[in-house]
Write a protein that binds this ligand. Structure first.
Ligand code: FAD
Length: 557
């Protein structure tokens, strides 16, 4: 067996190492355009910021190590220029000498990744406008900052953009983020990204939403970024972080099938439309685990797993790739945001039925010092309770909860399973009722009809004459520090003695700070014959939907 792998980083290096473990006899050639293989793209922003101090730490492996440990024929600074499917050969160009030569294959794995988008904006090729994909890009950015950048603009508030923002601020660079959408972190639902927006602004980052770069102009100090609004931002460095595009040229030229967004089409064994050619990583189209629809998800975990699976299939183990659910996490200063499965907006776009709950628990027992509050949103099927997606934002413990929910989605679990989940608990790690259980209790209670729930957006969006009677059951102090306009305050502890003050001919929307006292109040009112519903996630959730209301995800609860 002669296997050629195009691309030697996440997907390609994983495939090569797995292939060798499965076959000592195979001839395995890795062709990589860059000078390095198997480097940690995900660490690049932190190298720029100095948190990863040594460049070598980013090299997960080196060509020499791959040669000696895995007996791989690694050819760096070499680019595959074309695939001839009839003769089963590739044309390789040695980038140092310019020499071109053919190499035959029995099987080919395409792992060429995705290239950062450079939108065709006037001036986009000026010096000082860069993208970040590999070590050389990171070197260039770091070098410029070392030379003394004071003002930078990052176009795009996605994962890589925001990771760079944090690291630029760490280096003392005044940074402005320009984002086309009306929120940061577009894969998240808008309200769940609000604490991250608040954090960025609190750290002095200028964030311009619903704004776009329309042109770049050379200036004496660097570049002026011309915005749609007409505003001009001076900068010595501009980073474009507006997304990636699958590197599909080789595949397209070879006549392989690609999807509408350019991802190389593969079957569940990661085989392209040519059975001798497999494809993995950012370059491919995958099946969305929740919707079943084709999609593209450029993440390291899927790329690594796909590399392994492609090698398995080539060496006789029939292994299916289950699809991708988009589990991702990002740290922005001291905040963490993570998600898995479908977002609310994706479910709406796909017109799939869902219900949702928000909980705002502490990441570990509230009585133990250092408890940090998180917001956890869980989306689930209104009939079966099957979990469709989850998002969390907060500090410590966000990663753990999203990982648990990611597994739950893979296992096809329901919100009723979340009620029953037995998770590790000691006060410094969790709670006897973990945030996962809490989300399960709320969601399952909803489906059982124990506590009818109203979504806060629907309450607020209703015209005033159609709004339910809004009942705030928090303390007068909490009420005074901020409330939903039009609400009447009766603390839950006084509710039983104040029932005569409540209307029997109108729906009552009850809310508290996070939903728990609202739940109790709703149960009291229902049993006294009122038409009551709890506003999901309470005032805390309401504040996530209010542009002028600081979401105030506090460091400690
Ligand atoms: P890549 O890792 O991009 O490797 C493809 C390689 O193929 C490239 O080195 C390229 O030079 C080479 N190549 C392409 N065409 C040819 C050719 N014709 N001939 C020879 N070689 C070729 N994901 C996460 O899950 N978490 C994170 O925190 C995270 N952070 C990231 C931060 C940054 C700055 C970046 C850039 C990405 C990050 N990602 C993260 C995404 C993750 O790195 C990618 O999803 C993953 O690397 C994709 O693996 P891949 O093998 O498909 O492509």
């Amino acid at each position: 067996m002669k296997l050629i792998i195009i691309g030697g980083v996440a997907g390609g290096a994983s495939a090569a190492a797995r292939a060798r473990r499965l076959s000592e006899d195979a001839e395995i050639i890795v062709i990589e355009r860059g000078p390095e293989v198997s480097f940690a793209n995900c660490g690049l922003p932190y190298y720029v910021g100095g948190e990863i101090a040594e460049r070598d730490k980013l090299l997960v492996s080196t060509p020499d190590r791959l040669r000696s440990r895995f007996n791989l024929d690694v050819r760096t600074r070499s680019s595959v220029e074309a695939i001839d499917r009839v003769t089963r050969t590739v044309r390789i160009r040695d980038l140092a000498s310019g020499r071109e030569y053919q190499e035959a294959y029995d099987k080919l794995i395409l792992a060429p990744g995705a290239a950062p988008l450079r939108p065709p904006i006037p001036g986009v090729d000026l010096p000082g406008i860069v993208t970040l994909r590999n070590m050389q890009d990171a070197d260039r950015i770091k070098e410029r900052i070392d030379r003394g950048v004071t003002q930078a603009v990052i176009v795009g508030a996605g994962f890589i953009g925001l990771e760079l923002v944090e690291n630029f601020v760490r280096r003392g660079v005044a940074t402005t983020v320009v984002e086309l959408q009306d929120q940061v972190l577009p894969p998240f639902d808008k309200e769940m990204s609000k604490p991250i927006l608040d954090t960025l602004r609190a750290r002095g980052v200028t964030v311009l939403l619903s704004e776009s770069a329309e042109g770049f102009e050379e200036s004496s100090g660097g570049v002026n970024v011309r915005l749609k609004s007409g505003r001009r931002l001076p900068a010595q460095l501009v980073v474009l972080g507006v997304g990636v595009r699958p590197e599909n040229k080789l595949a397209v030229d070879a006549g392989l099938e690609v999807g509408p967004r350019g991802g190389i089409r593969v079957n569940e064994y990661l085989q392209s439309s040519d059975p001798h050619i497999f494809a993995v990583g950012d370059a491919i189209e995958v099946r969305d685990v929740v919707s079943g629809e084709p999609t593209q998800v450029p993440l390291a975990g899927p790329a690594n797993r796909q590399g392994r699976i492609a090698a398995d299939n080539i060496f006789g183990r029939a292994v299916r790739y289950r699809g991708t659910q988009g589990t991702a996490i990002v740290g922005v200063f001291d905040r963490t945001a993570a998600l898995t499965g479908a977002s609310e907006k994706a479910l709406r776009r796909a017109k799939l039925p869902f219900r949702k709950v928000y909980v705002h628990p502490a990441h570990h027992a509230g009585y133990f010092p250092g408890a940090e509050q998180m917001t956890l949103k869980v989306l689930f099927h209104p009939g079966s309770g099957k979990i469709l997606g989850a998002q969390a934002v907060g500090g410590a413990g966000v990663d753990k909860r999203i990982d648990v929910l990611a597994v739950a989605i893979q296992a096809g679990m329901t919100v009723f399973d979340l009620e029953e989940m037995e998770l590790a608990y000691a006060p410094q790690y969790g709670s006897a009722k973990d945030p996962i259980n809490m989300a399960g209790f709320v969601a399952a209670g909803l489906l059982r009809g124990d506590h009818p729930q109203l979504d806060v957006e629907s309450v607020v969006a209703a015209p005033p004459n159609e709004r339910p009677f809004l009942l705030d059951v928090r303390t007068p102090q909490e009420f005074a520090s901020g409330n939903i306009p039009g609400a009447v305050n009766i603390p839950v502890d006084h509710l039983r003695s104040r029932l005569r003050d409540l209307p029997r001919d109108r729906q009552i929307a009850v809310y508290c700070q996070v939903g728990q006292r609202g739940y109790l109040a709703t149960r009291i009112l229902l049993q006294h014959g009122f038409n009551a519903s709890n506003v999901g996630g309470g005032y805390k959730t309401y504040s996530l939907f209010q542009p002028d209301c600081h979401s105030g995800v506090p460091a400690t609860s």
